[in-house]
Ligand binder design. Structure first.
Ligand code: 8X3
Length: 259
């Protein structure tokens, strides 16, 4: 097993959901953490919690992955030893709406495309410089079952996650011969704020997505990401897809009526 003690892990979208769960999982495994997200106050609270509960070495930076200059500046400003990032968890991502493509709002596409695709590219490209210098590292991209299947109302989101899937596979080709691992973790239905954001803050509608079924939790996904990171360093988990038992595809979910 790869020991994570004092390994430096850079997490995007760390303020909530899967990113926050990764912070907890990796902290409990002894990793040192760089937490990034747009919401500074949430990062501050999480960092304090990690210090108290796990005695973690942790720093946080406010960062919007859509802003490549900010990504460059955050990474460039890291001092030793923090600049020696071992693992990048490219987690920041979102969906907005389930509108048919022909009814969707072009202004809303930008946030989804720029975060899910370009944000992952910017972070990987920036952090890879140091990984290549040290000939060591691991990039773990958050894909989705929406990167393997499509569903009605998912055109933009599915397209972005298909792009992440293509990126992960192509990056592995470009890095062949280097000691840098590239993985994709592709979840199905996970109950986080994902659906609240997707339904533009309508938490009642978001709750209905997971009604009468048992979704995955953010910590289920963090557990799998931790598994990828802790394989021996000659082992690359290429892609790992997981769904709740109650889900068989993006369009097939078993719901039991309440008894
Ligand atoms: C989230 C899974 O099925 O809502 O990535 O697109 S789904």
């Amino acid at each position: 097993m790869n020991n994570l003690k004092n390994k430096i892990v850079f997490i995007t979208g760390a303020s909530a959901g899967i990113g926050e769960a990764c912070a907890l999982a990796f902290a409990s495994a002894g990793a040192d953490l760089i937490l990034t997200a747009r919401r500074e106050q949430r990062l501050k609270v999480l960092a304090e919690r990690l210090k108290t509960e796990y005695n973690s070495n942790v720093i946080y930076r406010t960062m919007d992955v859509r802003d490549k200059n900010m990504v460059r500046q955050v990474v460039a400003s890291l001092e030793s030893p923090w600049k020696n990032i071992d693992i990048l968890i490219n987690n920041a991502g979102l969906a907005i709406g389930v509108d048919k493509f022909q009814e969707s709002n072009m202004d809303e596409w930008d946030a989804v495309i720029d975060t899910n695709i370009k944000g992952a590219f910017y972070c990987a490209r920036t952090i890879l410089d140091g990984m290549l210098e040290r000939n060591s590292g691991h990039i773990i991209n958050l894909g989705s079952v929406a990167g393997r299947e499509v569903y009605p109302g998912g055109s933009i989101y599915c397209a972005t996650k298909h792009a992440v899937n293509a990126f992960t596979r192509a990056l592995r080709l470009d890095l062949c011969g280097k000691k840098i691992r590239v993985s994709s973790v592709d979840p199905g239905m996970v109950e986080t704020d994902f659906s609240v954001v997707r339904f533009r803050g309508d938490s009642g509608r978001a709750k209905k997505v997971y009604e009468n079924m048992t979704p995955l939790t953010a910590s289920d996904i963090a557990d799998v990401i931790l598994f990828c990171a802790t394989r021996p360093s000659h082992v690359n988990i290429n892609e790992l897809s997981l769904m709740p038992v109650d889900q068989a595809s993006t369009t097939m979910v078993s719901r039991k009526s309440a008894e």
